[in-house]
Design a protein around this ligand. Structure first.
Ligand SMILES: Cc1cc2nc3c(=O)[nH]c(=O)nc-3n(C[C@H](O)[C@H](O)[C@H](O)COP(=O)(O)O)c2cc1C
Length: 192
């Protein structure tokens, strides 16, 4: 085992406030390359990524996000990071799995694995990559803004850059709380 991998995973975190400091092009390429090498169901690689650096486009995204979330101002998390990455899912890939397979799960799990690969590569470079789930109500408007065709979804716009905030504490459930052996032990399940 690579001794440092768990440390790298703990180093990754989600910032919500970013400096405007640029991300080096070589670093961006490494992060995208990490995404490229993610596993995906049937190796179908159902993703398309839009790298966004244009200030007006970032502001348009922030304004739509504010509209979708009922916020009065466009959030800085979409205007201040030097790079946003819109994650697009090509839904046509879902039709290419056999009918008995849960295609939606496979496609979105593949997307998650790609974002995590990019997050870890970013963390190893001292860069933060944060998720930004897009509210349902503005989905079509965001797609239109970025000229994403109907047969694609755009579930997330990632923010990439250097945090302009202290890291907050973020805990995880203990292994003993969620790992079960042989059968699930419902008496240990948490209240939700
Ligand atoms: C699929 C997914 C969607 C997320 N969407 C958002 C989001 O819309 N806004 C946000 O602030 N954080 C979002 N997050 C970040 C989580 O809130 C964060 O990972 C979690 O609180 C743990 O904190 P950490 O990443 O700093 O360790 C998302 C994370 C994942 C994996």
């Amino acid at each position: 085992m690579d001794e440092d991998i768990i440390e790298l995973m703990k180093k990754r975190w989600t910032a919500r406030k970013f400096k405007t400091k640029e991300v080096d092009e070589d670093d961006l390429e490494i992060i995208l390359e990490a995404g490229r090498w993610s596993p995906s169901g049937g190796n179908k690689q159902p993703w398309e990524l839009i790298v966004i650096k244009d200030e007006k486009t970032k502001l348009d995204i922030a304004e739509l996000y504010a509209e979708g979330m009922g916020m009065s101002n466009p959030p800085e998390r979409y205007t201040s990071p030097p790079v946003l990455i819109a994650v697009c899912v090509d839904k046509r890939v879902m039709d290419s799995y056999p009918d008995m397979m849960p295609a939606e799960f496979v496609v979105y799990a593949s997307i998650g694995s790609m974002v995590q690969n990019m997050s870890l590569a970013a963390a190893s470079l001292g860069i933060t990559l944060s998720w930004g789930t897009q509210p349902e109500g503005i989905k079509e408007e965001v797609k239109e803004l970025l000229e994403v065709p109907d047969y694609m979804e755009l579930p997330d716009i990632l923010q990439l850059g250097y945090p302009d905030q202290e890291r907050y504490s973020s805990s995880r459930r203990e292994l003993a709380e969620f790992v079960h052996y042989d059968k699930i032990d419902v008496s240990r399940l948490r209240e939700i």
